[in-house]
Structures are given as structure tokens and as C-alpha cells.
Design a protein around this ligand. Structure first.
Ligand SMILES: C[S@@+](CC[C@H](N)C(=O)[O-])C[C@H]1O[C@@H](n2cnc3c(N)ncnc32)[C@H](O)[C@@H]1O
Length: 365
């Protein structure tokens, strides 16, 4: 994940070490925006030229973008985002060979998503870059070469943009997650949502929502009346889930800042609680056999999830399917044991959502 872990989470990670885990620190008291990206003014300035080019087709803007990008790329440094923008700009200038040469230096994992962008109208990419420049201007007031007085975020993005692409542009200013799109994670999030019963009107909580891979497709599935609570302990993720929701025109996504052992959901507020790859941050196979540890970590967390569920509501947990001897993971067998202790009924285990993962479906009795 791109965002630095706060101390409270670093403390939780101590569960995977040999010594007993340190006490869990209190969460930050308030939700303060955290910068998500180290903005490079020159790249943002180039992006702004490309936005202008996509608006008006003035080749002087294209040339200015190429100059700024060439200047900003330092030999030997990855700078994939700047390289991808440069490859795109050169292609627009008709320099296919120059574009291919620049792309040679880019991580091949990024290529599939980038090919996708190349196939789109220039105005679409202009919209994404407009959002990027606006986000940079909102976070920094010292961006030489960038005109922040005219930098406004677009009211919406093209409806058929894959959600994960929109998010990765916002959070990493690149298609870092192009590799993920190859595994079609974004698409299967929607499929999985349908499979676990998400349809218009269902209220859902996505616990440890991270970058919103599930939150946003789920919000689309349950709209217009269903609500999605996106819960996190890391405020920066909430910022950018809000950003992405706004740009997708989703008004049913509600960020919730939780505490490490309390998801802080309003009581009996949702029909389904979804938790993907979060439990292993709470406890691991190594601590799952220690009753005192389970009572201090997993049970309070599970209780907070149960409290947020309406009677008969479902708890869906995804974790890696590793043996109980794998110390850094939490086995679904322990999850099931502890959830059943708190009054959840095991319903089913779904076939792989992704290879090596298990999806447990439980019901609040
Ligand atoms: C591996 S990521 C999974 C993100 C998302 N669920 C997904 O599958 O794309 C784990 C996330 O859990 C969050 N997290 C860790 N401990 C948490 C806790 N006690 N409560 C809520 N979220 C937590 C982290 O901030 C991180 O975003």
C-alpha cells in the first residue's frame, strides 16, 4: 500500500513477530487529510498542458508538455508516470517510434492498463489529468508552473472507466495496479458482490476498505437506495475513496474512521459486513491459539462487526487460504471458530474469488 502505516497499525503488525504483540494504540482522534502522492510540479505542469491540449487541440500545449516531461525524467529513475505521459504525448505528436522507445523503460506490469488508455479519446484522459492537477493544487500551494487558479476537478469521469483505473490514477498517479487489472480484480469485485447478494437497496459495510476496490463497485450495485459504509483506520484511504466516489457520481458512500478493534458502525445499520484481508492485521495463526490474545483482539473486533449488522445480516470474510502453521496469516478455520462463538452461523464457503483465497459467508443469528 502506498500510504505509510500509522503507529497503531505498526503495533498491530507486531502480531507476526515472535515476541507478544505490544498493546494496541488508540486511533488518531480526528480525520485529518494525508497527502497521497509526492507531487512533482513539472509533471503536474505537463499534465495541465495536456489537459489544455485535450480541451482545445493547441499543438503548442502538446509541445510544452513534451518539453516539461523530458526535462523532468531523470536518467536511471523509474518515474513511470512521467514516462507514460511522455509516451502518450509523443504518440499524439505522431512520433510512434519515440513513444515506443519511452515505453521500453516502463514497468511491463503497467502496460495493459496503459494500452487501454491509448485506445481512448484524448478528451477522456484529459478528464483524468484534470482531476490529478486539481488534487495536486488542493494539497500543495507551491507548484511552480501550475496554474492552480484554473485547476478545477471535472464534475465526473466517463461512466465506463473501470473503477480500479480511476482509483489508481488518483492514489498513485500511475497505473501501478495495471497488474491487478490483468487479474481482473475490479471486474470480479462486481461479480463477487452479485454473488453475495448485493442488489439495489442492500446496505453494506466494507471494513478496512483500503483503496475502495470493493467499496466502489459495491456502491454501484446497491444504488440508488442501498448505502455503503467504507470503514478504515487509515484516514488517507477515506479521503481518496471519497474522491473516487464523488468522481463516479456515487452519493451512497459514507467514510467511517474506525478504531483498530472497533469498526464504529452505527448499530444494526447494515445487511452485510464485508472484510477482505483485514483480519490478519488483527490476529494471526500464531496468536489464534492463545485465548487471551483472541479475547483481546479478534473477539472485540468481531463483536463490533456483529453490532453493526441487522439480525439475519451476513458477514463475508476473505482471507488467504494458507495452512494454520503459516504465522503471518489467519486461517479461515480460526475465523469461523471465533465468529461462531459470537453467534454467527456458518452459511457457506465460496469458490475462489481469487486464487489462494477463501471467502467465508456467515450469518448473524
Ligand atoms: C490488505 S488491505 C485490504 C484493503 C481492501 N479490503 C481490499 O481488499 O482491497 C488491508 C487494509 O486494512 C486496513 N486495516 C488494518 N487494520 C485494520 C483495522 N483494525 N480495522 C480496519 N481496517 C484495518 C488497512 O489500513 C488496509 O487498508
Amino acid at each position: 500500500m502506498a500510504v505509510a502505516l500509522p503507529l497503531a497499525l505498526a503495533a498491530l503488525l507486531g502480531c507476526a513477530r515472535d515476541e507478544p504483540p505490544p498493546p494496541i494504540a488508540a486511533p488518531p482522534p480526528a480525520h485529518a487529510p494525508t497527502p497521497l502522492y509526492t507531487w512533482e510540479p513539472e509533471v503536474l505542469s505537463a499534465a495541465q498542458h495536456l489537459v489544455r491540449y485535450s480541451d482545445g487541440g493547441d499543438t503548442a500545449d502538446l509541445a510544452a508538455a513534451v518539453t516539461a516531461l523530458k526535462r523532468s525524467i531523470r536518467p536511471g529513475e523509474r518515474q513511470d508516470f512521467a514516462r507514460l505521459l511522455l509516451a502518450w504525448a509523443l504518440r499524439l505528436q505522431g512520433d510512434a517510434a519515440g513513444s515506443a522507445e519511452v515505453l521500453d523503460g516502463v514497468d511491463p506490469l503497467h502496460r495493459p492498463a496503459w494500452d487501454y488508455f491509448f485506445a481512448r479519446p484524448v478528451t477522456d484522459l484529459g478528464l483524468l489529468l484534470r482531476g490529478l492537477v486539481a488534487a495536486g493544487c488542493a494539497e500543495r500551494d507551491d507548484l511552480p508552473g501550475v496554474d492552480c487558479t484554473t485547476a478545477a476537478a471535472p464534475p465526473s469521469l466517463p461512466a465506463d472507466y473501470p473503477v480500479w483505473e480511476q482509483i489508481s490514477w488518483r492514489s498513485h498517479s500511475s497505473d501501478r495496479l495495471g497488474g491487478w487489472s490483468r487479474t481482473q480484480r475490479g471486474r470480479t469485485a462486481t461479480d463477487l458482490g452479485r454473488r453475495i447478494g448485493l442488489e439495489p437497496g442492500v446496505d453494506v459495510a466494507d471494513i478496512g476498505a483500503g483503496e475502495g476496490w470493493f467499496t466502489l463497485p459495491f456502491a454501484q450495485l446497491v444504488a440508488p437506495t442501498g448505502q455503503v459504509w467504507a470503514e478504515e483506520v487509515e484516514p488517507a484511504y477515506l479521503d481518496y475513496i471519497s474522491f473516487a466516489a464523488t468522481h463516479l457520481g456515487l452519493d451512497n458512500v459514507h467514510p467511517v474512521l474506525g478504531a483498530p478493534l472497533d469498526a464504529a458502525l452505527p448499530e444494526a445499520s447494515v445487511d452485510l459486513v464485508f472484510v477482505c484481508e483485514v483480519f490478519k492485521w488483527i490476529y494471526t495463526n500464531r496468536t489464534a491459539t492463545d485465548r487471551a490474545q483472541v479475547e483481546a483482539t479478534a473477539l472485540p473486533f468481531l463483536r463490533s462487526l456483529r453490532r453493526g449488522l441487522r439480525p439475519g445480516g451476513r458477514l463475508v470474510i476473505i482471507e488467504h487460504d494458507r495452512p494454520t502453521t503459516s504465522p503471518k496469516d489467519i486461517s479461515p478455520a480460526y475465523l469461523r471458530r471465533d465468529a461462531e462463538e459470537l453467534g454467527f452461523r456458518f452459511v457457506e464457503e465460496l469458490p475462489d474469488y481469487r486464487p489462494l483465497q477463501v471467502t467465508l459467508v456467515l450469518e448473524r443469528e
